[in-house]
Design a protein around this ligand. Structure first.
Ligand SMILES: *[C@@H]1O[C@H](CO)[C@@H](O)[C@H](O)[C@H]1NC(C)=O
Ligand SMILES: *[C@@H]1O[C@H](CO)[C@@H](O)[C@H](O)[C@H]1NC(C)=O
Ligand SMILES: *[C@@H]1O[C@H](CO)[C@@H](O)[C@H](O)[C@H]1NC(C)=O
Length: 309
C-alpha cells in the first residue's frame, strides 16, 4: 500500500512520480517529453456560472504557461445538455488561451450530479489512454446551489495564477501529496470544527449514518475486500472541487465501479433524494478523498488562503 517515488530523471517528473498498489499515478503510455501533464475537468450543469469557471481556467493556464515542469494542460468540459455556443467557445479556447494545450467539450448523461459527470469524464480519458495521460487533475464544477462555497473553492484552488503556482509547487515538492482541497473545506474525522468553513465540521462524518453509507459505497468500488478504512483515515473535500493526482481514479477498481454507479442513478439531480442510489452519490463526496487518504495513504493539504476567502 505504501506509495513510492519513481525516480525520474528529468523535468517535473516528481508530479507524476508516485505509485500505489503497483499503479502509476499517471498512465504508462506517456511518451517522451520532459514535463508533467495536467488537465482541468469542469462539470458545467448550470451554464450561467460558466464565466466564473472560465476565470479559473484562465488562471490555471497562465500559471501552467510559466511553470517549467508542466509541459501540457488540457481542458475537458462536460455539459449536461447540448449548447452549441458554449461547446464552440470551449474548442476555441485552445487557440485563444496561451498555456492551454487542448480543449474538449462533451455532453454527458445528467446522472449523479457533478460526481457522476466527472466519472464519465475520467472513464472517457481512461478508455482513450493512448491520447490522454495526466499527472495532475483539477476538478471544478458549476455548484450553483451554494454561491459562497463555489467562490471559496474557485478562489482558493485557482483564484489567480499565483495561487495555482503555489499549489503546483506543493505537488512538486511532496511526492506523497495526493489531494489539495479548498481552504477550510477539506477535513478529516478529527479536524477541529474551527478549522472548517461555516462550522460544517460535523457534517463530514458525524451526522446520521454517514459512516455506514460511506462503507456501503466503498463496498461497490472494492467488493468483498472489507477494506473500508478506520475513522482516522476518512477525508472529505466539501463541495467536490480539488486538485488530485489521478492514479486512483484511473485504477481498474474505480473504473469498474463507474458503470455500476451510472446504471443506478436517475436522470437529473434531486437534492432531497434519499434512495440507496442517491446515498452513493452523496457518500462519494467523502469516499473519493478517503480513497486517497485511507486506501493509498497519500497526504492531503488545504489550498492556501486567498485574499479574504
Ligand atoms: C486519438 O489520437 C489519434 C491519433 O493522434 C487520433 O486519430 C484520434 O482522433 C484521437 N482520439 C481522440 C478521442 O482524441
Ligand atoms: C444557475 O445558477 C444561477 C447563478 O448561481 C442561479 O441563479 C440559478 O438559479 C441556477 N439555475 C438552476 C437551474 O439551478
Ligand atoms: C426528490 O426526492 C424526494 C425524496 O425522495 C421526493 O419526495 C421528490 O418528489 C423528488 N423530487 C423530484 C423533483 O423528483
Amino acid at each position: 500500500m505504501r506509495p513510492i517515488c519513481l525516480a525520474a530523471a528529468v523535468g517535473y517528473a516528481i508530479l507524476r512520480g508516485v505509485t500505489a498498489l503497483g499503479l502509476s499515478l499517471s498512465q504508462e503510455s506517456r511518451t517522451g517529453g520532459a514535463g508533467a501533464s495536467a488537465a482541468i475537468f469542469a462539470q458545467v450543469a448550470n451554464t450561467s456560472v460558466w464565466p466564473e469557471l472560465r476565470g479559473c481556467i484562465r488562471n490555471v493556464a497562465e500559471a501552467a504557461r510559466h511553470h517549467p515542469g508542466l509541459s501540457k494542460l488540457d481542458l475537458h468540459v462536460a455539459l449536461t445538455r447540448a449548447d452549441a455556443a458554449l461547446e464552440d467557445e470551449v474548442r476555441r479556447m485552445r487557440t485563444e488561451i496561451p498555456g492551454l494545450s487542448d480543449a474538449f467539450a462533451s455532453v454527458v448523461q445528467n446522472r449523479g450530479a457533478d460526481i457522476g459527470e466527472f466519472m464519465q469524464q475520467v472513464q472517457y480519458v481512461h478508455q482513450h489512454s493512448s491520447n490522454f495521460s495526466y499527472d495532475l487533475v483539477l476538478k471544478i464544477h458549476s455548484k450553483s446551489s451554494r454561491g459562497n462555497w463555489r467562490r471559496r473553492m474557485l478562489s482558493t484552488l485557482c483564484g489567480g495564477p499565483g495561487q495555482v503556482r503555489t499549489i503546483l509547487g506543493m505537488f512538486g515538492e511532496r511526492p506523497r501529496l495526493g489531494l489539495v482541497g479548498p481552504y477550510k473545506l477539506v477535513w478529516t474525522y478529527d479536524t477541529p470544527n474551527e478549522d472548517v468553513f461555516g462550522s460544517l465540521g460535523d457534517y463530514g462524518f458525524r451526522v446520521g449514518d454517514t459512516e455506514r453509507k460511506m462503507a456501503n459505497t466503498w463496498e461497490i468500488i472494492y467488493p468483498g475486500e472489507h477494506s473500508f478504512p478506520p475513522r482516522d483515515r476518512y477525508l472529505i473535500s466539501g463541495g467536490s472541487m480539488f486538485w488530485v493526482r489521478p492514479g486512483p481514479l484511473l485504477s481498474d477498481e474505480f473504473q469498474s465501479a463507474i458503470p455500476k454507479f451510472l446504471s443506478v442513478w436517475d436522470e437529473g439531480y434531486n437534492r432531497s433524494c434519499t434512495t440507496a442510489a442517491c446515498d452513493h452519490m452523496f457518500a462519494l463526496e467523502r469516499v473519493i478523498p478517503t480513497i486517497y487518504y485511507g486506501r493509498y495513504r497519500l497526504d492531503y493539504a488545504q489550498a492556501p488562503k486567498y485574499q479574504n476567502k
